[in-house]
Design a protein around this ligand. Sequence first.
Ligand SMILES: [Fe+2]
Length: 437
Amino acid sequence: MTDNDTLRERIAGELSAARDRTTYLTTVVGEADLVRQHSPLMSPLVWDLAHIANQEELWLLREVGGLTPIHPEIDPLYDAFEHPRAKRPALPLLAPGEARGYGHEVRGRVMDLLEKTRFDGTRLTDGGFAFGMIAQHEQQHDETMLATHQLRAGPPVLSAPPPPAPSDAVTLPAEVLVPGGPFTMGTSTEPWALDNERPAHVVDVPPFYLDTTPVTNAAYAAFIADGGYDDPRWWTADGWAHRQRAGLEAPLFWRWEGEWVRVSFGVGLPIIPNEPVLHVSWYEADAYARWAGRRLPTEAEWEKAARHDPVSGRSMRYPWGDFDPTPEVANLGQRHLRPALAGSYPLGAAPSGARQLIGDVWEWTSSDFLPYPGFTAWPYKEYSEVFFGPEYKVLRGGAFGVSAVACRGTFRNWDYPVRRQIFAGFRTARSGSLETA
Ligand SMILES: [Fe+2]
Protein backbone atom coordinates (compact mmCIF):
# COMPACT_ATOMS: atom_id res chain seq x y z
CA MET A 1 0.00 0.00 0.00
CA THR A 2 1.31 3.46 -0.85
CA ASP A 3 1.33 6.34 1.61
CA ASN A 4 -1.54 7.85 -0.37
CA ASP A 5 -3.61 4.67 0.06
CA THR A 6 -2.95 4.64 3.81
CA LEU A 7 -3.99 8.27 4.12
CA ARG A 8 -7.06 7.65 1.96
CA GLU A 9 -8.07 4.80 4.26
CA ARG A 10 -7.58 6.91 7.38
CA ILE A 11 -9.67 9.73 5.90
CA ALA A 12 -12.47 7.35 4.88
CA GLY A 13 -12.45 5.91 8.41
CA GLU A 14 -12.59 9.33 10.08
CA LEU A 15 -15.38 10.57 7.80
CA SER A 16 -17.47 7.49 8.37
CA ALA A 17 -16.90 7.53 12.16
CA ALA A 18 -18.10 11.14 12.23
CA ARG A 19 -21.17 10.27 10.16
CA ASP A 20 -22.02 7.29 12.38
CA ARG A 21 -21.98 9.58 15.41
CA THR A 22 -24.05 12.27 13.67
CA THR A 23 -26.57 9.60 12.67
CA TYR A 24 -26.77 8.25 16.22
CA LEU A 25 -27.31 11.69 17.76
CA THR A 26 -30.03 12.57 15.24
CA THR A 27 -31.94 9.28 15.21
CA VAL A 28 -32.28 8.65 18.96
CA VAL A 29 -34.89 11.44 19.02
CA GLY A 30 -37.96 11.95 16.83
CA GLU A 31 -38.55 14.65 14.20
CA ALA A 32 -40.16 17.02 16.70
CA ASP A 33 -36.98 17.02 18.81
CA LEU A 34 -34.84 17.57 15.70
CA VAL A 35 -36.62 20.76 14.63
CA ARG A 36 -37.24 22.16 18.12
CA GLN A 37 -34.87 24.64 19.73
CA HIS A 38 -33.92 23.15 23.08
CA SER A 39 -32.11 26.30 24.23
CA PRO A 40 -31.57 29.74 22.69
CA LEU A 41 -27.84 28.94 23.03
CA MET A 42 -28.12 26.08 20.56
CA SER A 43 -29.26 25.48 16.99
CA PRO A 44 -32.05 23.01 16.30
CA LEU A 45 -30.35 19.63 15.66
CA VAL A 46 -31.64 19.68 12.08
CA TRP A 47 -29.64 22.86 11.42
CA ASP A 48 -26.40 21.14 12.49
CA LEU A 49 -27.30 18.18 10.30
CA ALA A 50 -27.56 20.21 7.07
CA HIS A 51 -24.76 22.62 8.04
CA ILE A 52 -22.38 19.64 8.34
CA ALA A 53 -23.29 18.60 4.78
CA ASN A 54 -23.09 22.17 3.48
CA GLN A 55 -19.56 22.74 4.84
CA GLU A 56 -18.48 19.38 3.44
CA GLU A 57 -19.84 20.40 0.04
CA LEU A 58 -18.21 23.85 0.17
CA TRP A 59 -14.75 22.67 1.16
CA LEU A 60 -14.42 19.27 -0.45
CA LEU A 61 -16.68 19.22 -3.50
CA ARG A 62 -16.37 22.87 -4.52
CA GLU A 63 -12.92 23.97 -3.26
CA VAL A 64 -10.97 20.72 -3.64
CA GLY A 65 -13.01 19.05 -6.39
CA GLY A 66 -13.97 22.14 -8.39
CA LEU A 67 -17.53 20.76 -8.72
CA THR A 68 -20.68 22.75 -9.39
CA PRO A 69 -22.75 23.58 -6.28
CA ILE A 70 -25.59 21.14 -5.56
CA HIS A 71 -27.83 23.60 -3.70
CA PRO A 72 -26.22 27.08 -3.79
CA GLU A 73 -29.54 28.63 -2.77
CA ILE A 74 -29.32 27.12 0.72
CA ASP A 75 -25.75 28.30 1.46
CA PRO A 76 -26.88 31.45 3.33
CA LEU A 77 -29.18 29.43 5.63
CA TYR A 78 -26.27 27.36 6.87
CA ASP A 79 -23.69 30.11 7.12
CA ALA A 80 -22.97 30.26 10.86
CA PHE A 81 -22.01 33.93 10.58
CA GLU A 82 -25.19 35.05 8.89
CA HIS A 83 -27.69 33.83 11.47
CA PRO A 84 -27.12 33.66 15.26
CA ARG A 85 -28.20 30.36 16.84
CA ALA A 86 -31.28 31.90 18.50
CA LYS A 87 -32.64 32.98 15.08
CA ARG A 88 -32.07 29.69 13.25
CA PRO A 89 -35.41 27.98 14.08
CA ALA A 90 -37.25 30.72 12.14
CA LEU A 91 -35.30 30.03 8.91
CA PRO A 92 -36.81 27.95 6.09
CA LEU A 93 -34.48 25.05 6.96
CA LEU A 94 -34.39 21.70 5.17
CA ALA A 95 -36.68 19.19 6.88
CA PRO A 96 -34.92 16.26 8.63
CA GLY A 97 -35.42 13.89 5.67
CA GLU A 98 -34.15 16.49 3.19
CA ALA A 99 -31.14 17.29 5.38
CA ARG A 100 -30.24 13.59 5.60
CA GLY A 101 -30.66 13.18 1.85
CA TYR A 102 -28.42 16.19 1.19
CA GLY A 103 -25.74 14.82 3.54
CA HIS A 104 -25.92 11.43 1.86
CA GLU A 105 -25.59 12.92 -1.62
CA VAL A 106 -22.60 15.07 -0.63
CA ARG A 107 -20.87 12.16 1.10
CA GLY A 108 -21.30 9.89 -1.93
CA ARG A 109 -19.59 12.45 -4.14
CA VAL A 110 -16.87 13.07 -1.54
CA MET A 111 -16.01 9.38 -1.53
CA ASP A 112 -15.64 9.49 -5.34
CA LEU A 113 -13.44 12.57 -5.02
CA LEU A 114 -11.32 10.92 -2.32
CA GLU A 115 -10.50 8.05 -4.70
CA LYS A 116 -9.06 10.51 -7.22
CA THR A 117 -7.34 12.96 -4.88
CA ARG A 118 -3.57 13.09 -4.66
CA PHE A 119 -2.43 14.52 -1.36
CA ASP A 120 0.11 16.98 -2.64
CA GLY A 121 0.26 19.93 -4.94
CA THR A 122 -2.11 22.32 -3.17
CA ARG A 123 -2.12 23.45 0.41
CA LEU A 124 -5.72 22.25 0.87
CA THR A 125 -4.91 18.69 -0.19
CA ASP A 126 -1.39 18.39 1.30
CA GLY A 127 -1.50 15.61 3.88
CA GLY A 128 -5.28 15.41 3.31
CA PHE A 129 -5.77 18.66 5.25
CA ALA A 130 -9.21 19.65 3.88
CA PHE A 131 -10.57 16.14 4.48
CA GLY A 132 -9.17 16.16 8.01
CA MET A 133 -10.64 19.60 8.61
CA ILE A 134 -14.09 18.38 7.52
CA ALA A 135 -13.90 15.24 9.68
CA GLN A 136 -13.00 17.49 12.64
CA HIS A 137 -15.77 19.92 11.74
CA GLU A 138 -18.41 17.19 11.79
CA GLN A 139 -17.10 15.83 15.10
CA GLN A 140 -17.12 19.33 16.58
CA HIS A 141 -20.77 19.67 15.61
CA ASP A 142 -21.41 16.24 17.11
CA GLU A 143 -20.02 17.59 20.36
CA THR A 144 -22.29 20.63 20.01
CA MET A 145 -25.25 18.32 19.36
CA LEU A 146 -24.29 16.35 22.48
CA ALA A 147 -24.51 19.62 24.42
CA THR A 148 -27.96 20.15 22.88
CA HIS A 149 -28.93 16.68 24.12
CA GLN A 150 -27.76 17.66 27.61
CA LEU A 151 -30.02 20.76 27.48
CA ARG A 152 -33.01 18.87 26.07
CA ALA A 153 -35.92 18.21 28.44
CA GLY A 154 -37.67 14.86 28.37
CA PRO A 155 -36.91 11.20 29.00
CA PRO A 156 -33.29 10.10 28.57
CA VAL A 157 -32.35 8.71 25.14
CA LEU A 158 -28.56 8.36 25.37
CA SER A 159 -26.73 5.68 27.29
CA ALA A 160 -23.16 4.44 27.60
CA PRO A 161 -21.11 2.38 30.06
CA PRO A 162 -19.40 4.25 32.93
CA PRO A 163 -15.73 5.18 32.45
CA PRO A 164 -13.08 2.93 34.01
CA ALA A 165 -12.25 3.71 37.67
CA PRO A 166 -8.68 4.50 38.72
CA SER A 167 -6.79 2.00 40.87
CA ASP A 168 -4.26 4.32 42.49
CA ALA A 169 -6.00 7.72 42.69
CA VAL A 170 -5.94 7.96 46.49
CA THR A 171 -2.16 7.86 46.55
CA LEU A 172 -1.68 10.69 44.07
CA PRO A 173 -0.14 13.99 45.21
CA ALA A 174 -2.54 16.95 45.02
CA GLU A 175 -0.23 18.86 42.69
CA VAL A 176 2.77 18.31 40.45
CA LEU A 177 5.75 20.57 39.76
CA VAL A 178 6.45 21.64 36.21
CA PRO A 179 10.04 22.95 36.15
CA GLY A 180 10.74 26.37 34.64
CA GLY A 181 12.37 26.97 31.28
CA PRO A 182 11.59 27.21 27.59
CA PHE A 183 9.39 24.77 25.68
CA THR A 184 7.94 24.58 22.17
CA MET A 185 4.29 25.63 22.04
CA GLY A 186 2.01 25.06 19.05
CA THR A 187 2.93 23.10 15.93
CA SER A 188 4.26 23.58 12.43
CA THR A 189 4.21 19.89 11.54
CA GLU A 190 0.90 18.33 12.66
CA PRO A 191 -0.83 17.85 9.28
CA TRP A 192 -4.44 18.37 10.42
CA ALA A 193 -3.73 21.12 12.98
CA LEU A 194 -5.86 24.22 12.45
CA ASP A 195 -4.50 27.69 11.85
CA ASN A 196 -4.70 28.89 15.48
CA GLU A 197 -2.39 26.04 16.63
CA ARG A 198 0.36 27.31 14.31
CA PRO A 199 3.22 28.02 14.13
CA ALA A 200 5.48 26.25 16.65
CA HIS A 201 7.30 28.81 18.79
CA VAL A 202 9.39 28.81 21.95
CA VAL A 203 7.86 30.12 25.17
CA ASP A 204 9.71 30.50 28.45
CA VAL A 205 7.49 29.34 31.30
CA PRO A 206 8.58 29.93 34.92
CA PRO A 207 8.21 26.98 37.32
CA PHE A 208 4.71 26.30 38.56
CA TYR A 209 2.61 23.74 40.36
CA LEU A 210 -0.47 22.28 38.71
CA ASP A 211 -3.29 20.19 40.17
CA THR A 212 -2.63 16.52 39.37
CA THR A 213 -6.25 16.13 38.29
CA PRO A 214 -9.18 18.38 37.39
CA VAL A 215 -11.07 19.92 40.34
CA THR A 216 -13.71 17.49 41.62
CA ASN A 217 -17.39 17.84 42.50
CA ALA A 218 -16.55 17.38 46.20
CA ALA A 219 -13.96 20.17 46.13
CA TYR A 220 -16.33 22.43 44.24
CA ALA A 221 -19.20 21.63 46.65
CA ALA A 222 -16.90 22.75 49.50
CA PHE A 223 -16.49 26.11 47.76
CA ILE A 224 -20.29 26.42 47.56
CA ALA A 225 -20.75 25.33 51.20
CA ASP A 226 -18.17 27.90 52.29
CA GLY A 227 -20.28 30.68 50.76
CA GLY A 228 -18.09 31.06 47.69
CA TYR A 229 -20.99 32.28 45.57
CA ASP A 230 -21.83 34.98 48.13
CA ASP A 231 -18.39 36.46 48.66
CA PRO A 232 -17.31 39.08 46.11
CA ARG A 233 -13.69 38.73 47.30
CA TRP A 234 -13.26 35.64 45.12
CA TRP A 235 -14.76 37.07 41.97
CA THR A 236 -13.50 39.51 39.36
CA ALA A 237 -15.69 42.62 39.03
CA ASP A 238 -17.19 41.29 35.78
CA GLY A 239 -17.59 37.84 37.30
CA TRP A 240 -19.39 39.18 40.36
CA ALA A 241 -21.71 41.33 38.23
CA HIS A 242 -22.53 38.28 36.14
CA ARG A 243 -23.01 36.06 39.20
CA GLN A 244 -25.54 38.61 40.56
CA ARG A 245 -27.35 39.16 37.25
CA ALA A 246 -27.59 35.45 36.36
CA GLY A 247 -28.31 34.35 39.95
CA LEU A 248 -25.56 31.72 39.86
CA GLU A 249 -25.48 29.41 42.90
CA ALA A 250 -23.96 26.17 41.62
CA PRO A 251 -22.79 24.60 38.34
CA LEU A 252 -25.35 24.33 35.55
CA PHE A 253 -27.50 21.18 35.89
CA TRP A 254 -26.94 20.97 39.68
CA ARG A 255 -29.94 21.23 42.00
CA TRP A 256 -30.23 21.04 45.77
CA GLU A 257 -32.45 18.24 47.12
CA GLY A 258 -30.98 18.00 50.61
CA GLU A 259 -27.83 17.03 48.72
CA TRP A 260 -26.46 18.12 45.34
CA VAL A 261 -28.01 16.31 42.42
CA ARG A 262 -26.66 16.61 38.89
CA VAL A 263 -28.84 16.04 35.85
CA SER A 264 -26.87 14.29 33.14
CA PHE A 265 -28.60 13.63 29.80
CA GLY A 266 -31.98 13.51 31.47
CA VAL A 267 -30.94 11.43 34.51
CA GLY A 268 -30.74 13.16 37.92
CA LEU A 269 -28.45 11.49 40.47
CA PRO A 270 -26.46 12.66 43.51
CA ILE A 271 -23.12 14.13 42.45
CA ILE A 272 -20.20 11.71 42.44
CA PRO A 273 -17.70 13.32 44.85
CA ASN A 274 -14.52 12.32 43.04
CA GLU A 275 -15.74 13.11 39.52
CA PRO A 276 -14.35 16.25 37.83
CA VAL A 277 -16.77 19.17 38.09
CA LEU A 278 -18.51 19.99 34.82
CA HIS A 279 -20.56 22.85 33.36
CA VAL A 280 -18.92 25.75 35.16
CA SER A 281 -18.23 29.11 33.56
CA TRP A 282 -14.79 30.72 33.45
CA TYR A 283 -15.99 33.18 36.10
CA GLU A 284 -16.90 30.34 38.46
CA ALA A 285 -13.64 28.48 37.78
CA ASP A 286 -11.65 31.65 38.41
CA ALA A 287 -13.56 32.39 41.66
CA TYR A 288 -13.02 28.83 42.92
CA ALA A 289 -9.28 29.11 42.23
CA ARG A 290 -9.02 32.36 44.24
CA TRP A 291 -11.00 30.85 47.11
CA ALA A 292 -8.56 27.93 47.10
CA GLY A 293 -5.63 30.38 47.27
CA ARG A 294 -4.61 29.48 43.76
CA ARG A 295 -5.24 30.61 40.17
CA LEU A 296 -6.13 29.17 36.77
CA PRO A 297 -3.11 28.06 34.72
CA THR A 298 -2.14 30.15 31.71
CA GLU A 299 -2.57 28.51 28.33
CA ALA A 300 1.23 28.19 27.98
CA GLU A 301 1.48 26.52 31.39
CA TRP A 302 -1.26 24.08 30.44
CA GLU A 303 0.41 23.14 27.19
CA LYS A 304 3.83 22.81 28.77
CA ALA A 305 2.40 20.48 31.43
CA ALA A 306 0.71 18.47 28.67
CA ARG A 307 3.50 18.25 26.07
CA HIS A 308 6.95 19.04 27.40
CA ASP A 309 9.23 16.06 27.87
CA PRO A 310 12.01 17.16 30.25
CA VAL A 311 14.19 14.18 29.25
CA SER A 312 14.38 14.95 25.53
CA GLY A 313 13.52 18.66 25.85
CA ARG A 314 11.00 18.15 23.06
CA SER A 315 7.25 18.78 22.93
CA MET A 316 5.29 15.58 22.42
CA ARG A 317 1.97 15.35 20.56
CA TYR A 318 0.16 14.23 23.74
CA PRO A 319 0.96 13.91 27.46
CA TRP A 320 1.68 10.18 27.04
CA GLY A 321 3.86 10.48 23.94
CA ASP A 322 3.32 10.71 20.21
CA PHE A 323 0.77 7.97 19.50
CA ASP A 324 -2.87 8.80 18.80
CA PRO A 325 -5.33 8.54 21.73
CA THR A 326 -6.58 5.05 22.62
CA PRO A 327 -9.31 4.04 25.13
CA GLU A 328 -6.49 3.15 27.57
CA VAL A 329 -5.05 6.67 27.80
CA ALA A 330 -7.96 9.13 27.58
CA ASN A 331 -11.73 9.50 27.91
CA LEU A 332 -12.66 10.80 24.46
CA GLY A 333 -15.09 10.06 21.64
CA GLN A 334 -18.38 9.81 23.58
CA ARG A 335 -17.56 6.23 24.61
CA HIS A 336 -18.77 7.35 28.03
CA LEU A 337 -21.26 10.09 28.80
CA ARG A 338 -19.39 11.57 31.75
CA PRO A 339 -15.87 12.38 32.93
CA ALA A 340 -13.88 9.59 34.57
CA LEU A 341 -13.09 9.86 38.30
CA ALA A 342 -10.18 12.15 39.14
CA GLY A 343 -6.93 10.22 38.89
CA SER A 344 -8.07 7.87 36.11
CA TYR A 345 -5.98 6.94 33.08
CA PRO A 346 -2.53 6.41 34.65
CA LEU A 347 -1.27 5.37 31.19
CA GLY A 348 -2.20 8.80 29.86
CA ALA A 349 -0.23 10.72 32.51
CA ALA A 350 2.17 13.48 31.47
CA PRO A 351 5.87 13.30 32.43
CA SER A 352 5.08 15.69 35.31
CA GLY A 353 2.57 13.19 36.67
CA ALA A 354 -0.50 15.27 35.81
CA ARG A 355 -3.43 13.15 34.69
CA GLN A 356 -6.46 13.60 32.43
CA LEU A 357 -5.07 16.63 30.65
CA ILE A 358 -6.58 15.16 27.49
CA GLY A 359 -10.24 14.09 27.61
CA ASP A 360 -12.83 14.08 30.44
CA VAL A 361 -13.48 17.85 30.71
CA TRP A 362 -12.40 20.92 28.75
CA GLU A 363 -10.18 22.96 31.05
CA TRP A 364 -10.52 26.71 31.34
CA THR A 365 -7.22 28.60 31.30
CA SER A 366 -6.61 32.16 32.45
CA SER A 367 -5.60 33.21 28.92
CA ASP A 368 -7.44 35.29 26.35
CA PHE A 369 -7.75 33.75 22.87
CA LEU A 370 -4.92 35.37 20.91
CA PRO A 371 -2.89 34.49 17.82
CA TYR A 372 0.56 32.95 18.18
CA PRO A 373 3.51 34.99 16.86
CA GLY A 374 3.63 34.43 13.09
CA PHE A 375 -0.05 33.41 12.83
CA THR A 376 -1.68 33.51 9.41
CA ALA A 377 -5.39 32.86 8.89
CA TRP A 378 -6.00 29.75 6.78
CA PRO A 379 -8.03 28.51 5.03
CA TYR A 380 -10.59 31.10 6.14
CA LYS A 381 -10.60 34.05 8.53
CA GLU A 382 -13.82 32.95 10.22
CA TYR A 383 -12.22 29.81 11.65
CA SER A 384 -10.27 31.68 14.33
CA GLU A 385 -9.07 35.13 13.38
CA VAL A 386 -12.40 36.91 13.88
CA PHE A 387 -12.55 35.54 17.45
CA PHE A 388 -9.13 36.72 18.64
CA GLY A 389 -9.35 39.17 21.51
CA PRO A 390 -9.96 39.54 25.24
CA GLU A 391 -13.66 38.64 25.12
CA TYR A 392 -12.89 34.92 24.72
CA LYS A 393 -11.01 32.65 27.15
CA VAL A 394 -9.06 29.59 26.02
CA LEU A 395 -10.05 26.05 26.98
CA ARG A 396 -7.71 23.10 26.52
CA GLY A 397 -7.62 19.33 26.48
CA GLY A 398 -11.02 18.21 25.19
CA ALA A 399 -13.87 16.48 27.02
CA PHE A 400 -15.44 13.01 26.96
CA GLY A 401 -17.58 14.10 24.02
CA VAL A 402 -14.63 15.23 21.89
CA SER A 403 -13.38 12.95 19.14
CA ALA A 404 -9.69 12.04 18.99
CA VAL A 405 -9.53 13.50 15.48
CA ALA A 406 -10.44 16.91 16.92
CA CYS A 407 -8.16 16.68 19.95
CA ARG A 408 -4.43 17.31 20.11
CA GLY A 409 -1.96 18.53 22.70
CA THR A 410 -1.94 21.73 20.64
CA PHE A 411 -5.71 22.03 20.09
CA ARG A 412 -7.22 25.35 21.23
CA ASN A 413 -10.87 25.95 22.05
CA TRP A 414 -12.37 29.26 23.16
CA ASP A 415 -15.60 30.63 24.55
CA TYR A 416 -17.13 33.50 26.47
CA PRO A 417 -16.37 33.52 30.23
CA VAL A 418 -20.12 33.24 31.00
CA ARG A 419 -20.64 30.02 29.04
CA ARG A 420 -21.39 26.79 30.87
CA GLN A 421 -23.46 24.58 28.59
CA ILE A 422 -20.13 23.37 27.16
CA PHE A 423 -18.43 20.38 28.79
CA ALA A 424 -16.03 22.54 30.76
CA GLY A 425 -14.25 22.06 34.07
CA PHE A 426 -10.81 23.23 35.16
CA ARG A 427 -7.76 22.63 37.32
CA THR A 428 -5.81 25.18 39.33
CA ALA A 429 -2.16 26.22 39.55
CA ARG A 430 0.24 28.29 41.64
CA SER A 431 3.58 29.80 40.80
CA GLY A 432 6.66 27.91 41.95
CA SER A 433 9.76 29.56 43.31
CA LEU A 434 13.00 29.38 41.36
CA GLU A 435 14.80 27.93 44.40
CA THR A 436 12.54 24.89 44.59
CA ALA A 437 12.48 24.21 40.85
FE1 LIG B 1 -19.67 24.74 11.67
